[in-house]
Design a protein around this ligand. Sequence first.
Ligand SMILES: [Zn+2]
Length: 375
Amino acid sequence: MTPSQEIALAVAASAVVAAIVIGAVRRRARRIAEAVAYVRGVHYVLSDAPDAAIGELTRAVELNPSASQSSIETYFALGKLFRRKGDLEHAIRLHQNILLRPGLPAESKRQAQLELALDLQRAGMLSRAVEAFEKFLAEAPTHPEALAGLRQVHETARDFEAAAEVQVRVVKSGQGGEAVLAHLLASAARAALGADREHAQKLADGAVQADASSPDALLARAEVLAARGQPQQAAEQLRTLLARTPEAALAAEPLLAKVLPPDEVVAALAGDGPPARWVALGRARARAGDRAGAAEALRQALVQEPGFAPARRDLGALLLGAPLEPGTQPAYEELLRALGRHELELQCDACKQTSSEPGWQCPRCGAWDSLRRAG
Ligand SMILES: [Zn+2]
């Protein structure tokens, strides 16, 4: 080797070494920058600044687009943020991209599949959400969040039978949920009434079987019996319902009025009980033409619960509907007293929405049996 060749070789060798060193330094710098961006992103997540968090986490991902575990975690954090902000298009694309990665660990793949299903649910892409949830559940058949998500998608699509089938899986896997199953089968029975009454009967029987203490199930069975021309059996179901759950009187009263003459409805609803029962009795008495009796029943409801919205509304309407008479004077005074108090507020356990109307389902998020007295 000539001296000039030796020099050239030495130069080339040190260039290679320099390139390796620079590469290592750059990689290290990138890793540090990625870690800093990730930590900043997490900080913004914690301080509830989703836009800033998305900026930092996107930077972290750009600095390390490899399939390393740390970058996957960053992707998931980013995806959750997109979904929380309602940027579902980005969330869906991001989770689809994770799923397309070669060599993705099985656990990450499952997580991406679940996140994608939740994105699609949130975006209202119901049939694609069903597909995504089922794909996830094929691997993890009893996963509570996925089963709940799939059930809700079917409920949103008002396919209560499909929702009930999902809920059967929840119950069978020992996670409870019989009360929700009864609600779903009761809803399915009502939906089937128009087309196939025999099938509706089976569904309503299934609802009672799923949860014999479910007032919704008993009411659905009574509705089916009434629709099938069996008013006496329907009335019997409703009497059972009222004996077990007098709180359900308001829901039961319209059907009672269909299957029994007015005086028998009044008799069925008479008795001491919660404010709902007094209001239902007030409605029944008003239907039977007994204004003073109706006012007295509604007054009783307000004595028990001055903030009970249905009682205030009914009594107000009753008293405004005709001139004041001596029999309704005490009710009028009770109403004035009650209006000085706060209205009774019910709050959803699941979404914290408040409502003054009693019901089995949250009007906002659709959770079952979630409304409780607020405060
Ligand atoms: Zn809710």
